[in-house]
Design a binder for this molecule. Structure first.
Ligand code: IVH
Length: 777
């Protein structure tokens, strides 16, 4: 992880770092939730998420489709029926210190343009697992786990065994989904574990895992013997509102018979922090484990206005307690090669129990990190390097990935070995290239083997079939690795030709007629994927789920998208233009002015240069000319470079793509790079012989603005621009950052500048805020 201060990152660095964080966190999540052991400490993981959130907060336009902020856990297991949540079960953003809590309150206030602090509730964050209980006409009819937030497991029978959960309630709305936490008390957990141990059975590491294990028993009779409890903290689908505030709504749940862990109201951030301190002080004495305090905006109408970012609400945050720390030994360092070829060093630890789990692996990010150097060149861990054999302090909090926070130098032995970062890929032996972003420190080491590197090829295939991508059941990393080794599946297109190997497959260990038939059927079931899933599955850098969704909604059909990509490739800026973009002191405006003036600029022999004076171009300052001269060597060379750049300036087809709200220049570049490569286009063609992405259905909303491309500019006075944008998107509109001939509507507040002029130029309709409110409500 780069240590460069978030407020110092350029958008390009931020995008690169968000990409890296997304892939790191996804990998750690997989290791943590999957069968494999976690790689890094919780605190380390926390830090990744915090940094990701900080960068996303500063660069909301760069939030990725695969943003870790969106991932909330693991997919449903096979054994239970699936339940699609009528209202998604969201995750919470985390706060780690008082400043974060203040920032949360301030952000809510700013977003809503309120005069004072909103009323906010505070309640303990229960360290259990969330469940949704559906009541119809007062009867408990279905209960589900959260799963991935959209779809969970049907654990109705198991939930019925929990005494805290009423089977029948009186006076409730006809449809009521109660959401809350299933947990196990500390004492009951200890007692149960002792009994399990006595019987020579497998014990659980902590109450949370134990509760999870109990809830996911296939036989509800076993669940019934486990001491599970339930606290309500919210709701999902409702046929009528419970009340007007969070506080009153959960009180209603309490009146209906659901236990609450206690909720208080605060008038401002100071009061929230006082409640946090009192809950923390009482933590040890509680019968159950809590890992923080959850703050929620009390007014439900304000909650609604705030809405969601990715998969967490803007109206709530979890203020987590500090992480637990332990010492252990760094026993080795291995390298993992990811989908994009990034080489990530992974520390192997002497197993240590910290923050409720045994930690054996920890990510070490990159070579600088091992050396004790952050991406901005400044020290981390006080500048101490990590050596194999070192005694290290590992930190982990609740549900987060562990990290090494310090090295105990006084315990370093003579045998401790410095780590030599490999120059060649440990998997394919290709040369390892150092990438200059982010932080220009060359921290990202990437294998140059591309798809010739088995690790990259396999990781990309695994990504392709993953649940969030093509979601091919029965094809996981194990099968992909096996089929890759056999030479059956070398690229995505091969997956759809697996039937050619049916007979050989049937003779392999672990496969029978039925399982082969099932596998082939689940592959066939994915021959017409959703546009956005298919695009995401291609694994193009920076095209996560969110961006893929934005693109699918924008282009609607795969053919239209590919046409646009081909046009964008042709309109892509050339080297000379990019050189101009890199010049210090020349901003977007000055660059545009220079490009427009390029044909008129006189060459080196022209009289303008006799005096050595810069040509006069409106909007280009003397300082900018100085920057140009410094960058290109002389004024004459600068002029030549500008003329060259003008010939290679990006065309409309490229700019159109980069302008899409939610795509942006970095993702646009990666898309264009992908479609500019013949081998990618060829592989895609082979794939499309067997797979036909479906058209993206139009947003169902019949609002007056659905389908329109809208640009907001100037100051909005009754809402904020962020709120207005979020509203427009929820109404099915497309929001763009700049005006072009494809813009349908400009909403301009006071102080609107160049965008207004652009709108006039293109004859785009312009309305004020009042007209927007009338249109959108
Ligand atoms: S509110 C939309 N309140 O923490 C907000 N969640 O990290 C939904 N949790 O998935 C969650 N105690 O399982 C809320 N008092 C509380 C909670 C709580 C524990 C869990 C819940 C959620 C997770 C988010």
């Amino acid at each position: 992880m780069s240590d460069k201060a978030v407020d110092k990152l350029t958008p390009k660095q931020a995008a690169a770092e968000l990409e890296r964080l997304a892939s790191d966190i996804a990998r750690h999540d997989k290791l943590y939730h999957g069968k494999d052991a976690p790689l890094i400490s919780d605190a380390e993981y926390d830090k990744l998420r915090v940094r990701n959130a900080a960068i996303e907060a500063r660069f909301p336009d760069l939030v990725r489709e695969d943003s870790p902020a969106l991932s909330v856990g693991s997919a449903p297991a096979e054994k239970f029926g699936k339940v699609r949540h009528a209202v998604p079960m969201l995750s919470l953003d985390n706060a780690f210190d008082p400043a974060d809590a203040h920032a949360f309150v301030a952000k809510v206030q700013r977003f809503l343009n309120l005069d004072g602090s909103p009323v906010i509730t505070a309640e303990p964050k229960i360290d259990g697992l969330s469940a949704s209980l559906r009541y119809e006409n007062g009867k408990f009819v279905q209960g589900a786990t959260r799963g991935d937030g959209r779809e969970g497991e049907d654990v109705t029978a198991n939930l019925r065994t929990i005494a805290d959960i009423p089977h029948v309630i009186k006076g409730a709305p006809a449809v009521l989904e109660v959401r809350g936490e299933v947990y196990m008390e500390k004492a009951a957990f200890a007692k149960m574990n002792a009994a399990l141990e006595k019987d020579g059975k497998q014990t659980y590491v902590n109450p949370r895992n134990s509760a999870a294990g109990a809830l996911r028993q296939l036989d509800a009779k076993i669940t019934a013997t486990r001491p599970l409890r339930f606290f309500a903290h919210g709701w999902g689908e409702l046929s009528e509102p419970l009340a007007e505030t969070q506080f009153d709504s959960v009180q209603r749940l309490a009146d209906l018979g659901f236990p609450l862990a206690g909720i208080k109201r605060a008038q401002n951030a100071e009061e929230l922090l006082a409640i946090y301190e009192s809950i923390l002080a009482g933590r040890e004495k509680l019968a159950y484990e809590i890992d923080g305090v959850v703050y929620k905006v009390d007014s439900l109408s304000l909650q609604q206005r705030l809405g969601f970012v990715s998969r967490s609400p803007r109206w709530a945050i979890a203020h987590k307690f500090a992480a637990e720390q332990q010492t252990t030994i760094l026993e080795g360092i291995d390298i993992q090669v990811g989908r994009t070829g990034a080489l990530t060093p992974v520390g192997r630890l002497k197993p240590v129990f910290v923050g409720g789990v045994t930690v054996t692996n920890v990510t070490l990010h990159n070579s600088d990190y091992i050396r004790g150097v952050g991406a901005d060149g400044g020290p981390i861990r006080g500048g101490k390097d990590l050596r194999i054999g070192d005694t290290v302090i590992v930190q982990r909090a609740g549900d987060v990935i562990p990290q090494i926070v310090d090295v105990l130098l006084e315990k370093r032995t003579k045998g401790a070995r410095k780590y030599q970062f490999p120059e060649r890929c440990p998997v394919c032996d290709s040369h390892v290239a150092r990438e200059l972003e982010p932080g220009e420190e060359g921290v990202i080491a990437r294998c140059t083997g591309g798809l010739n590197c088995p690790a990259q090829a396999v990781e990309r295939l695994i990504h392709f079939v993953a649940r969030r991508a093509m979601d091919i059941e029965g094809l996981g990393s194990k099968q992909i690795e096996e089929f890759y080794e056999l030479g059956w599946v070398k690229e995505p297109a091969d997956i759809f030709k697996l039937a050619d190997h049916r007979n050989e497959l049937m003779t392999r260990d672990g496969y029978g007629e039925k399982s082969v038939a099932n596998l082939l059927a689940s592959i066939d079931a994915r021959r017409e994927p959703e546009f956005s899933r298919f695009l995401y599955a291609l694994g193009i850098r920076d095209i996560g789920e969110t961006t893929a969704g934005v693109i699918a909604r924008r282009f609607e059909s795969w053919a239209a998208f590919v046409d646009a990509m081909q046009a964008a490739v042709k309109a892509k800026p050339g080297e000379a233009y990019e050189a101009l973009e890199r010049v210090n002191g020349v901003g977007d405006g000055a660059r545009a002015a220079l490009i427009a003036a390029a044909p008129e600029l006189k060459g080196p022999a022209g009289d303008l240069f006799a005096s050595g004076e810069a040509p006069k171009v409106k909007g280009v300052t003397a300082k900018a000319w100085q920057g140009l001269t410094d960058a290109f060597g002389s004024l004459a060379e600068a002029v030549a470079a500008i003329k060259a750049a003008a010939k290679q300036a990006p065309g409309d087809d490229y700019l159109e793509l980069a302008r899409i709200d939610g795509v942006g220049p970095v993702a646009a570049d990666h898309l264009v790079d992908f479609f500019a490569e013949k081998h990618n286009v060829d592989a895609l063609k082979r794939l499309l012989k067997n797979v036909t992405p479906k058209d993206q259905p139009r947003a169902a909303t019949s609002s007056k603005v659905s389908g329109l491309t809208i640009v907001f500019t100037g100051t909005l006075e009754k809402t904020t621009r962020d709120e207005a944008k979020a509203r427009a998107i929820s109404l099915g509109a497309k929001v763009s950052g700049s005006v072009s001939k494809k813009t349908d509507l400009v909403v301009a507040g006071p102080g609107a500048g160049s965008k207004l002029a652009e709108a006039e130029k293109h004859g785009v309709k312009v309305i004020d805020e009042d007209a927007w409110i009338a249109l959108s409500t």
